[in-house]
Design a protein around this ligand. Structure first.
Ligand code: ADP
Ligand code: MG
Length: 730
């Protein structure tokens, strides 16, 4: 019996099997069937040549209009026999010249009035578009009666992704043979589901895709396949979630009069309703006997840190340890400072000024000195340190926890799953720590379901009331030098009012100072040069510090600390000129202005993250996007879009729409079996929701998929495919 995994060899000839493998990496029945046509030609309808361009590989349906042969010779070369076949298009005006050298016999085969598919690379010869030695296949012309003519003319011809060795019609011929065997293939979608959602079965879908009689069949087949993609993916994610639920974790239920209560008393603000609700969701998850895996998404400045901190303290109150993983040293150091600041003596248990009802908080980063590191490791291993904050150094195998109860990963988009898994593996034996993943890159719900479908998701929607709006403006510095001058003036005003200013540059130093091509009047775009320029001119007299990846950790820390002190402090810094190292998480509430130089070099989400660094306190924020892009250009329009909304969800959708679907999911474009071929995570939201609900119901009723072996097999195939690899990596 033919199965999805069956070899193509018994079905196809040796030569074809080899050619399919070489051209498209197609080896199994499923891979052949999933090699879907790119489009369809209708026999009666010729291609319109208007859309063709030089250099393009094309397959066209055309009619032969003229055939002629002549002798030609290029200077100094042997004479050649040239056969020129003019083929015409649907408009009757467009023509292509199909040219053959020394193949007189083509004249016998290519007759005026015949129609056929021609494939090749378009080039231009003396102003005429031509195909040199195109591959072609002619359509049969022996038609008997009128009905047959109509049927013949309306028949659809699939056009496959093709190569010069495997033109579309050879692919079609091979797939036709495979197709004859598919009636037996097990359908991953059960009859119940097909009935409920009005979907054709697998065999019919395959006929509808590869050998359709009309567009209606194509549409029904595509709909069914789109549905199948969504359903199989969701079922796989559900299965992973179920597998996680089958593993064990120690429930962590905090005592009521512990550090959480102490933190709440010390907080300089009221928690928002959203923060309270999410904290409760986390507490409920952590009281379970299976590990939590929750994604907390919230726009920049929505107050995720305090939610994380409360959960970490709850873990300590339950007698265990919590780890906070930050993507950069700057951020780890900042979190450490925030925790010490908020907990005061309660974070210094065991120290002179410490409170023994508290716990020890340690920072663990890669750049720490050996002695400090050893001391920290001892505190972690003994359980003395209730809270451990660090960078990826936390995942090193030399770090041994006494009893790790909770892992918080801040800014998840910077971490791969391997790292998450490495940390999870740090818990003892078979039990896993609870995990909270936080991201400030909000993603639309259907994408979250598709990419993070095996996670539970919490969303912080509102921003704390104390946060004020940030106004964003585009500064076209070349067209309007007065705007730029005004920007520097605003910096001075804000510093005068006691606030700090960030200025972000795309690079540290000018790669090639002699090759400086900045337009006149435009500021330098590298940190080092800009600082010089500002000190000498627009911001003379202000205290400016720099921040970038080449500084030592101590230098970075000193710069951040001075910047946090601000203009009112004698040791403070007024302006921080930085690269994007401050993009995520950095929280200096007194900073009110963010100036981004060459803003068009940054992505939409980076700009949004950067601007999230200001407007954190009670004073409103101002973000200026400085650009040399001319007004009306695509780059400038993108900046205007960022300026127009402060809603991260809206922006991420704009951002995603500008990218290819494949990039959204990170799927490879290599043309192999890729699990999402028809499904669009951006456009098929409703369908994904339905498929998810159906998958959830099915797995709830039959968790082992004992009654659904076809689906189980499809999930195994998915897990084994590249898409599966990708899911593992998110
Ligand atoms: P993000 O979600 O981007 O990580 P943070 O956790 O850094 O945001 O919070 C942004 C700022 O808002 C911080 O200065 C924080 O102290 C403050 N904040 C958090 N929660 C509240 C609240 N409920 N009320 C007022 N300010 C808050
Ligand atoms: Mg944060």
């Amino acid at each position: 019996m033919v199965d999805f995994d069956s070899d193509l060899r018994p079905l196809l000839g040796d030569r074809t099997v080899k050619a399919l493998a070489a051209a498209f990496d197609i080896r199994t029945v499923e891979e052949a069937l999933r090699h879907y046509p790119r489009r369809y030609f209708q026999r009666g309808q010729l291609t319109d040549f208007g859309g063709l361009s030089v250099g393009e590989d094309v397959t066209v349906l055309a009619e032969i209009r003229r055939v002629s042969s002549r002798k030609g010779s290029a200077r100094g070369r042997k004479p050649v026999h040239l056969t020129e076949v003019t083929i015409g298009d649907s408009t009757g005006r467009g023509t292509l010249l199909a040219t053959f050298f020394n193949q007189i016999w083509r004249e016998q085969e290519l007759k005026v009035g015949a129609r056929g598919l021609f494939a090749g690379k378009v080039n231009s010869f003396r102003g005429t578009l031509q195909l040199v030695h195109p591959d072609y296949t002619l359509l049969p012309r022996t038609l008997i009666d009128a009905d047959e003519v109509t049927e013949f003319v309306s028949e659809l011809i699939p056009v496959y992704p093709a190569t010069s060795k495997m033109p579309s019609w050879r692919v079609a011929a091979a797939i036709e043979l495979v197709l004859a065997a598919v009636d037996d293939l097990p359908d991953p979608l059960s009859p119940d589901i097909r009935r409920e959602f009005g979907l054709v079965d697998f065999a019919e879908a395959m006929r509808g895709i590869h050998a359709p009689r009309d567009q209606g069949q194509v549409a029904a087949a595509q709909h069914r396949l789109r549905w199948e993609e969504a359903f199989v993916l969701q079922a796989e994610l559900m299965r992973r979630r179920a597998a996680r639920r089958a593993t064990s974790a120690v429930p962590r239920t905090p005592t009521s009069a512990g550090l959480v209560a102490a933190l709440d008393r010390h907080l300089p603000f009221e928690l928002t309703a959203g923060q309270v609700a999410v904290s409760e969701e986390i507490a409920t998850d952590m009281a379970r006997t299976h590990p939590m895996l929750r994604l907390l998404q919230g726009d920049v400045g929505s107050g995720k840190t305090v939610v994380a901190l409360r959960s970490m303290l709850a873990t300590v109150d339950a007698g265990a340890q919590a780890a906070l993983l930050a993507p950069t040293e700057v951020l780890a150091a900042q979190h450490y400072a925030t925790v010490l600041d908020l907990l005061g003596p309660l974070a210094r248990r065991g120290q002179i000024m410490g409170d023994d009802r508290g716990t020890a908080v340690v920072l663990l980063t890669g750049s720490m000195g050996a002695r400090d590191r050893r001391q920290a490791l001892v505190q972690v291993a003994s359980g003395e340190a209730g809270i451990v904050i660090g960078t990826h150094a936390l995942m090193s195998h030399t770090v041994d926890f006494a009893d790790l109860g909770l892992v918080v990963v801040d800014e998840q988009h910077r971490f791969g799953v391997e790292q998450r898994a490495a940390l999870q593996a740090k818990a003892d034996g078979d039990s896993h720590p609870h995990t909270l993943v936080m991201t400030a890159t909000p993603i639309p719900r259907t994408i979250a379901m598709t990419v993070f479908g095996d996670l539970d998701v919490s969303t912080l929607i509102e921003r704390p009331a104390s946060r004020s709006a940030t106004m964003t403006h585009v500064v076209p510095a070349v067209a309007r030098p007065d705007f730029l001058a005004r920007a520097w003036q605003r910096c001075r005003e804000e510093v005068g009012a006691g606030h700090q200013v960030y200025i972000v540059c795309p690079r540290i130093t000018e790669e090639d100072p002699s090759g400086q091509t900045s337009p006149p009047g435009y500021p330098p775009t590298a940190v080092v040069d800009l600082v010089e320029y500002l000190q000498a001119g627009p911001l003379t007299g202000l205290r400016i510090a720099t921040m970038h990846g080449k500084l030592t950790p101590a230098e970075k820390e000193a710069a951040m600390r001075a910047f946090a002190l601000g203009p009112q402090d004698p040791d403070g810094v007024d302006v921080l000129v930085s690269t994007t190292v401050i993009e995520v998480g950095v929280d200096v509430p007194g900073a009110t202005v963010m100036i981004i130089i060459d803003a068009d070099r940054f992505g939409v989400s980076s700009l949004h993250q950067l601007r999230g660094r200001v407007g954190r306190g009670s004073a409103g924020g101002l973000c200026l996007l400085v650009t040399s892009a001319s007004p009306g250009s695509a780059a400038e329009k993108r900046l205007r879009a960022v300026a127009a909304t402060d809603d991260g969800f809206e922006l991420s959708e704009i951002d995603l729409r500008n990218r290819r679907e494949g990039d959204v999911l990170g799927a490879s474009q290599s043309g192999r079996v890729n699990s999402l071929r028809f499904l669009s995570v951006l456009d098929d939201g409703d369908l994904i929701e339905h498929a998810r609900a159906a998958a959830e119901a099915l797995l709830e009723a039959d968790p082992e998929l004992l009654d659904h072996p076809e689906l189980a097999a499809a999930l195994d195939r998915l897990a084994a495919s590249e898409a599966g690899d990708y899911l593992e990596k998110t």
